[in-house]
Structure formats: structure tokens, C-alpha cells
Ligand binder design. Structure first.
Ligand SMILES: [Ca+2]
Ligand SMILES: [Ca+2]
Length: 239
């Protein structure tokens, strides 16, 4: 396990203010920002602490659901899961029209196998070291038509970030599985990753593949043995 400190910056309004000499600091768009900490190469970010969201010309958007407010977007067949979400909030891809039962996938409308034309959320982070980062997400699905997404970086969507697959249903669960990896529809752990060529500011991207996907929190870790549990690491803290 590499023991290199890593810092994280989230841009509050597009101005990153990055400076390699600065102590790591959050620039959350929230007043109650946690104090930043240096960590052992791992970062953890609440999905609701995004830098920006884009529908990317589609009818679907990542939409905030919290203990204080429902998404207010219909149709959304399942109830809020904010009460059991990390931080009491998450993003859901809404509206959700591709659901278990008599519904059809419509590419570009409720199903986005190609992440380049999918709705996405952006997170500005500062990575203090290059290398391979395994991607874990804490997410919720209520069926097989709500349980995949894509991960990208800096406007790119590498094959290793495509088709992130949840293996659990009707519960919050962590996954780093790529659909079909290892000969299983539900994939295998640590088959979703991002290769980072240079330290510095990067934009981590999460795109919708199936509407109704609920994204609570995500982790990047260089540790191939790390498996998050429960709510996972506190934001930006490490092992
Ligand atoms: Ca769906
Ligand atoms: Ca959350």
C-alpha cells in the first residue's frame, strides 16, 4: 500500500484555486463542509457534493434526493432512500421510465450504453499521485433496469470505467464490478478503475447508463485490497 498523502479539492463555483503548496482543503458548495484531511491515497466523496451536473441533451438528469427534499421528478416508482444514505442524500437518475415490468429501454431516453451521450455528474478533485485507482460506488437499485452506470475522467470514458454493475437489489451496497467481467453478468470486484497519468486536478465523471440508478457516495483507492463497508470512509479520509 502506498503511503502517499493525497488531497482533494472540490470546486465551489468553477474556480479551483489549486496550488500545490496549499494544505488540502474543501471548497464545498455547502457551509457545513468537513475539514479536509490528507490520506493514504484514498478519496471518498458524497455523490451530492458534485461540482456540476449535465443532462447532456437527454431527458434524464442526476437529481438530488435528501432527507429534506424529494426529487420532485416523476415518474419515480420507488420511494426515497435518503434516510439510509450516507450524509442523508444521494443522486438519482430521473425520471425513471425503464423499470421492472412492462417497459422498454429507449437508447438516448432512458438507457445510455454510450457514456459520451449520457447525463453525467462532474467532481473536481486533486490527485497527489498518478497510478491506477479502483472505483467503488455506494448505490441502490430496485431491479435490473436501474443498476448500471459509467465512470470516466477528464472528458474520457475508458473501457475500464464502463458498465459499472450493482450486484445487490433493494439495499444500499458497494460495487466496483464491471458488468460481464469474469464471465458473470454481475461482474467481479475491482474490475472498474481509472488510470491516472499525472498528479493534479482531474474531473471524475459518473454517467447514467440506466435511469433510476441511485448514487450515494464514491471512493477512489490505489489499494487493490480495500473493500468499503457500511457508509464507507468519511469524505477524503483514508485508512
Ligand atoms: Ca430504470
Ligand atoms: Ca450521499
Amino acid at each position: 500500500v502506498q503511503r502517499v498523502a493525497l488531497s482533494l479539492i472540490l470546486a465551489a463555483s468553477g474556480s479551483l484555486g489549486c496550488d500545490a503548496e496549499l494544505e488540502p482543503v474543501y471548497l464545498w458548495p455547502y457551509d457545513a463542509a468537513p475539514e479536509a484531511q490528507t490520506v493514504d491515497g484514498l478519496i471518498a466523496v458524497e455523490a451530492e457534493h458534485y461540482t456540476s451536473l449535465s443532462a447532456n441533451g437527454t431527458p434524464v438528469s442526476w437529481t438530488l434526493v435528501s432527507i429534506d427534499s424529494d426529487a420532485g421528478v416523476e415518474p419515480d416508482p420507488d420511494p426515497s432512500h435518503a434516510a439510509t444514505a450516507s450524509g442523508g442524500a444521494y443522486l438519482e437518475a430521473l425520471p425513471d421510465t425503464f423499470v421492472t415490468g412492462p417497459s422498454e429501454s429507449v437508447p438516448g431516453t432512458n438507457f445510455f450504453d454510450d457514456p459520451t451521450s449520457a447525463p453525467f455528474a462532474s467532481y473536481e478533485v486533486r490527485l497527489a499521485q498518478p497510478g491506477r485507482y479502483y472505483v467503488w460506488v455506494r448505490a441502490y437499485s430496485t431491479g435490473g433496469k436501474d443498476n448500471t452506470a459509467h465512470v470516466g475522467m477528464d472528458g474520457q470514458w475508458p473501457e475500464s470505467g464502463r458498465r459499472l454493475q450493482l450486484a445487490a437489489v433493494d439495499t444500499w451496497a458497494w460495487s466496483s464490478n464491471q458488468r460481464d467481467a469474469g464471465g458473470s453478468l454481475y461482474g467481479q470486484p475491482r474490475t472498474i478503475w481509472l488510470d491516472v497519468a499525472d498528479a493534479g486536478i482531474h474531473t471524475i465523471l459518473f454517467a447514467v447508463r440506466e435511469d433510476g440508478f441511485e448514487l450515494d457516495k464514491w471512493v477512489l483507492t490505489p489499494d487493490s485490497e480495500f473493500v468499503p463497508e457500511g457508509f464507507g470512509p468519511a469524505e477524503a479520509t483514508g485508512l
